[in-house]
Design a protein around this ligand. Structure first.
Ligand SMILES: NC(=O)c1ccc[n+]([C@@H]2O[C@H](COP(=O)([O-])OP(=O)(O)OC[C@H]3O[C@@H](n4cnc5c(N)ncnc54)[C@H](O)[C@@H]3O)[C@@H](O)[C@H]2O)c1
Ligand SMILES: O=C(O)C1=N[C@H](C(=O)O)CCC1
Length: 262
């Protein structure tokens, strides 16, 4: 079996560094390239592979690579466009994308196999498959709320995972997510509308990533919590996605749930 060649974007970042280390340790993978933005590219030569501040230049020296990108929204959209043009593949884990940026990813995925998931853990993606069933079994008497907790350096809120989980709940209810989400409560807010999904954000310390979905009903509640114990959990999912993507064709923007279902 040929080793899967990967290029890590943002290799000096929290996720990028974890991904590069795990890719080097994986016998089914070759860490073929690492990329960082200018001014943050110290020590790239130590990875012992093709490196630089331009993804195009790094890819120019490689064939048939999967770019793994956990960076920032603008950078990840640029990655998707570059792999689409150059005939490579991409696994993107970046969150905080606008609607337009998500559409840009979808457009690029028509020309190259691209998977984008705000959370690459198996647990969260299985939860995404179970939530609609819970929503339907519990029915209209249960109020839906969410809470997410992350480390203090996280830039976007609510987390991409929280948005995805809340969108999943809204879809199961037949509601429009943008109309029913409530990410901020303060002051005399009055009674809670039943057609609402509250999403609360907590930030502090070095929390890797906690998400809780609440179903508040009459006389009882269900709380489902997922806690990521380490970033390796996300990185392992992304490397699994990179291997899976090697067998996929362009056409749709793949999700991690597509991998689990295949
Ligand atoms: N999908 C998941 O499972 C998952 C898990 C963890 C984090 N994330 C997301 O991944 C992203 C990164 O998180 P992090 O904690 O690693 O952040 P980080 O700030 O530690 O790392 C980001 C890295 O990307 C680099 N970068 C930014 N723009 C670049 C560009 N144009 N070219 C090359 N490198 C560039 C930065 O210099 C930095 O080193 C965030 O959006 C976060 O929410 C997703
Ligand atoms: O550390 C982060 O940043 C994380 N981001 C993802 C999100 O926004 O959901 C996944 C969890 C960790």
């Amino acid at each position: 079996m040929n080793a899967c060649s990967v290029v890590i974007m943002g290799a000096n970042g929290r996720m990028g560094g974890t991904l590069a280390r795990l890719a080097q340790a994986d016998p089914e993978m070759t860490l073929a390239g690492v990329v960082e933005r200018q001014g943050h590219d110290q020590g790239l030569a130590d990875f012992g592979c093709v490196h630089g501040t331009s993804l195009e230049q790094v890819l120019g020296e490689l064939s048939d690579a999967v770019v793994i990108d956990f960076t920032a929204p603008e950078a990840s959209v640029a990655t998707a466009k570059i792999v689409a043009k150059a005939g490579h593949r991409a696994v993107i884990g970046t969150t905080g994308m606008t609607r337009e940026q998500t559409e840009d990813l979808r457009e690029a995925a028509k020309a190259a196999p691209i998977l984008w998931a705000p959370n690459m853990s198996v647990g969260i993606n299985v939860l995404l498959q179970l939530l609609p069933q819970l929503v339907n079994l519990l029915g209209p008497a249960y109020d839906l709320e969410m809470m997410e907790i992350h480390h203090k350096a996280k830039k976007d809120a609510p987390s991409g995972t929280a948005v995805k989980l809340a969108q999943c709940l809204a879809e199961a209810k037949g509601w429009d997510y943008d109309s029913v989400k409530n990410c901020c409560r303060e002051g005399i807010i009055g009674a809670r509308p039943s057609e609402e999904i509250g999403v609360q954000t907590l930030r502090g310390g070095d929390v890797v990533g906690d998400h809780t979905v609440f179903f508040f009903g009459p006389g009882e509640r269900i709380e489902i919590t997922h806690r990521a114990h380490s970033r390796e959990n996300f990185a392992r999912g992304a490397l699994r996605a990179a291997k899976w993507l090697a067998g996929q064709t362009p056409g749709k923007l793949y999700a991690f749930t597509d991998l689990l279902e295949s």
